[in-house]
Design a protein around this ligand. Structure first.
Ligand code: DGL
Length: 272
C-alpha cells in the first residue's frame, strides 16, 4: 500500500490525482481531522503529529508514505527523513509535496512565482528555499491565507465568503510583485477553491495544482526505485482512516475525493 497522510481531508485532492494516474496500487489514507489545522501550529507539534502518523502507516504495512500536507512537508519531513527513518524505519520511505511542486514550477518556466499557503508553510520559507535551490533567479513571493482552510473545512467554499477571502489574498499577493506568471496552490485545500481563484487571477497566469504534479513525480520516483515499487501491494484496496468523526469525514470527503468514502476511526499515539 501507498500511505497518504494529511492533517485532515485536504490530502484527498492529492491522493485522487495519484490514484487516477497509478490505479493498480493499494492506497491507505490517514487524515488527522481531530487535530486539523496544522497550518497555525508550531513546527515542534507538527513534527510530533507527523511522526505519529508515519509510525501508524508503517505499522499498517505501507512501505512508502506521501505526506500530502504542505505544512507537515515543510516543517517535519526533512527531520523525519534525516533523523527518524535511518534510526527506526531504515527500509521505508517518506516523501513530501514541497520538492516536487518546486520542481514543477521551475520546469514549467516560472520566472515570477506566487505561493499561496498556510501560515506555517509561509513562515518556513520552504518553497522559496526549494525553488532557489533549483534556480536562484526565479522571483518568489508568498501569501499566507489563514481563512481558506477553515472556509473549506466548513463546507463554505461555494459561498460569497470564499470568493471575498480569495480576492483579498490574491490582492495582497499581487501587491508584492507587479507581474506574476505562475501561482502555486501550496495547500491541499485550495484546489476546492479553483473556480474562485480563476475568477480573480489575471489571464495568462498559470495556476499550478499539486495533485497532478505529485502523481507525475511519484510515477517517475517509482521508476527510479524499482525495489521499493516492488514492495507495494496491488489488490485494489482503498482504505480511509480519520482521527475524528467518521460520519463527518464520509460526508465531506466527497468534496475532496469526488466519490463516496467509508472511513474508520483510528487513535494516533499521543493524541488526546
Ligand atoms: N493540509 C494542510 C496543508 O496543505 C492544510 C490544512 C492545515 O492547516 O492543516 O498545508
Amino acid at each position: 500500500m501507498i500511505g497518504f497522510f494529511d492533517s485532515g481531508f485536504g490530502g484527498l485532492t492529492v491522493m485522487k490525482s495519484v490514484v487516477e494516474r497509478l490505479p493498480s496500487y493499494d492506497y491507505y489514507y490517514l487524515g488527522d481531522n481531530a487535530r486539523v489545522p496544522y497550518g497555525t501550529r508550531s513546527a515542534r507539534l507538527v513534527y510530533e503529529f507527523t511522526r505519529q502518523a508515519v509510525d501508524y502507516l508503517f505499522r499498517e504495512g505501507c512501505p512508502v508514505i506521501v505526506i500530502a500536507c504542505n505544512t507537515a512537508s515543510a516543517s517535519a519531513l526533512r527531520r523525519i527523513q534525516q533523523e527518524y527513518l535511518p534510526r527506526v524505519w531504515p527500509k521505508r520511505r517518506v516523501l513530501g509535496v514541497v520538492r516536487p511542486s518546486a520542481e514543477a514550477v521551475v520546469e514549467r518556466g516560472g520566472r515570477s512565482v506566487g505561493i499561496l499557503a498556510t501560515e506555517g508553510v509561509v513562515t518556513s520559507n520552504a518553497y522559496i528555499t526549494e525553488i532557489h535551490k533549483l534556480d536562484p533567479s526565479v522571483h518568489v513571493v508568498q501569501q499566507a491565507c489563514p481563512l481558506l482552510v477553515p472556509i473549506v473545512e466548513a463546507g463554505e467554499h461555494d459561498r460569497p465568503v470564499a470568493d471575498a477571502a480569495v480576492a483579498a489574498y490574491l490582492e495582497s499577493l499581487f501587491e508584492q510583485a507587479d507581474r506574476l506568471d505562475t501561482i502555486l496552490l501550496a495547500c491541499t485545500h485550495y484546489p476546492v477553491l479553483k473556480s474562485q481563484l480563476e475568477r480573480h487571477v489575471p489571464p495568462g497566469v498559470e495556476i499550478v495544482e499539486q495533485g497532478p504534479v505529485v502523481a507525475e513525480k511519484l510515477e517517475d520516483y517509482f521508476k527510479r526505485h524499482p525495489r521499493l515499487e516492488n514492495m507495494i501491494s496491488r489488490k485494489g484496496k482503498r482504505i480511509f482512516r480519520t482521527t475524528d468523526s467518521c460520519d463527518r469525514f464520509d460526508r465531506l470527503a466527497g468534496m475532496f475525493y469526488g466519490e463516496f468514502i467509508s472511513s474508520e476511526l483510528v487513535r494516533l499515539e499521543g493524541a488526546s
